[in-house]
Design a protein around this ligand. Structure first.
Ligand SMILES: Cc1cc2nc3c(=O)[nH]c(=O)nc-3n(C[C@H](O)[C@H](O)[C@H](O)COP(=O)(O)OP(=O)(O)OC[C@H]3O[C@@H](n4cnc5c(N)ncnc54)[C@H](O)[C@@H]3O)c2cc1C
Length: 377
């Protein structure tokens, strides 16, 4: 039996970021546990996108802070995370969509996000290879961008190593012991950790972990597929979004992107030809110049979706059992701010951004859901 001040379950961006901010603030006796290797979950399968173009105060405020922290990570972590502010160009097909996005942009501007509605000719100036035939306008935010998931995981791992923080990979959590309504220990297939504080950052496994502590998280798992091309000369900085389609180019020259098949809930991560067909059709309708591009790889990962497409953060009815999950397809971008919020919550008992107080598990019981309208894929 080992004794730990904090046990973090999951070494995706969420668990690693929480561990990073706790370690940076002097907490040393932490174990991060993952049943596979760090980044093996949705983090290492994501589309790299980082945006502030959301439709709720909670997401906009959290993402504005997260972008600030991504900039900090780029310079303060031991390795580059390749954070680039190339913008998000959200193509809008109808005047109705433009008028909806005008409202979202107003809210984003209120909280300091530099987004604006532009006409299709300005969109073409930003990305000359776009086919603008079928669009009515676009929403543009030049300070949105992307980062590289694998470098981010490596940078956080190295930072944690420098603090002496333990990451126990290939160790599966199989039980949570509670007594008198409080957490007592975490049981894995290799060890028992006695602890008063557990953070469930297990992504696709978060619901199962919470159940071990007697808590029901209202989460669903949806398969999302994505593809990456052969590398070509870098010509595209922004992330392009149109309906369910999104794509950008990585700093290594590969076009990475995906779309949604509107599938039912599943536990399968099999990738399909149907996805590739839909993705290729949508991609070429927006950027025909890519017609001779070869796909190198395609894969699938989970969107861990909450009923209102916002994360579930903070305490639960079990004392010492905290959750940080339910990112609904945008948990990579939220990684830095979630890590800092959760670490400050552990250390000081409050969410340092008041908007995060609206994201607790209790909102489902109280019926206080906050619907996000700008969900991609
Ligand atoms: C195709 C696709 C594209 C995406 N694109 C974007 C994007 O562009 N931008 C964006 O912000 N987000 C995107 N996302 C969402 C994003 O990837 C996730 O929200 C984010 O990575 C969640 O990180 P996490 O650390 O919470 O979970 P994960 O990265 O899934 O990490 C959870 C970890 O917990 C571990 N675990 C699970 N069960 C157990 C157990 N019993 N014991 C021990 N360990 C356990 C897993 O092995 C895993 O490593 C995308 C997702 C997909 C699938």
């Amino acid at each position: 039996m080992k004794s730990k001040d904090v046990v973090i379950i999951g070494a995706g961006i969420t668990g690693l970021s929480v561990a990073y901010y706790l370690s940076r603030n002097g907490v040393r006796n932490i174990a991060v546990i993952d049943k596979s290797f760090p980044g093996s979950g949705s983090t290492g399968r994501c589309g790299t996108g980082i945006r502030q173009q959301f439709t709720t105060r909670e997401h906009i405020v959290l993402m504005r802070e997260s972008v600030k922290l991504w900039r900090e990570w780029e310079t303060s972590l031991p390795l580059s995370v390749h954070f680039r502010q190339g913008g998000y160009l959200w193509l809008l097909e109808t005047e109705k969509e433009v008028s909806n996005f005008e409202k979202y942009v107003k809210l984003q501007n209120l909280f300091g996000v530099e987004s604006r509605i532009i006409d299709k000719y300005e969109a073409k100036q930003i990305v000359p290879d776009l086919d603008i035939e079928s669009i009515a306008g676009a929403s543009w935010c030049p300070t949105d961008g992307n980062a590289y998931p694998f470098d981010t995981v490596e940078a956080l791992k190295l930072a944690l190593k420098n603090y002496g923080t333990e990451i126990n990979a290939f160790e599966e959590v199989v039980g949570i012991e509670t007594r008198g309504g409080a957490v007592k220990s975490v049981i894995t297939n290799k060890e028992t950790y006695s602890t008063n504080l557990v953070i469930d950052a297990a992504g696709f496994g978060a619901r199962k972990i919470a159940k071990m502590a007697g808590i029901d998280l209202p989460l669903k798992l949806y398969r999302h597929q994505i593809a990456v091309s052969e590398p070509v000369k870098v010509f595209l900085e922004p992330m392009i979004v149109k309906g369910e389609l999104y794509f950008t180019q990585t700093y290594r020259g590969r076009i990475i992107g995906g779309t949604d098949l509107n599938e039912p809930e599943t536990e399968s991560l099999q990738s399909t030809e149907r996805f590739l067909e839909k993705y290729a059709t949508e991609l070429l309708s927006v950027m025909p110049v890519l017609s001779s591009l070869n796909v190198m790889r395609q894969w699938a990962g989970f969107y861990v979706v909450s009923p209102d497409h916002h994360p579930i953060l903070g305490g639960t009815p079990v004392s010492g059992f905290l959750v940080a999950t339910g990112f609904s397809g945008h948990g990579f971008m939220l990684g830095p701010v979630i890590g800092k919020l959760m670490a400050m919550y552990v250390l000081h008992g409050i969410m340092y951004l008041p908007e995060a107080n609206n994201l607790g598990l209790d909102r489902f019981k109280k019926g206080k859901l906050i619907e996000e309208k700008a969900v991609i894929g």
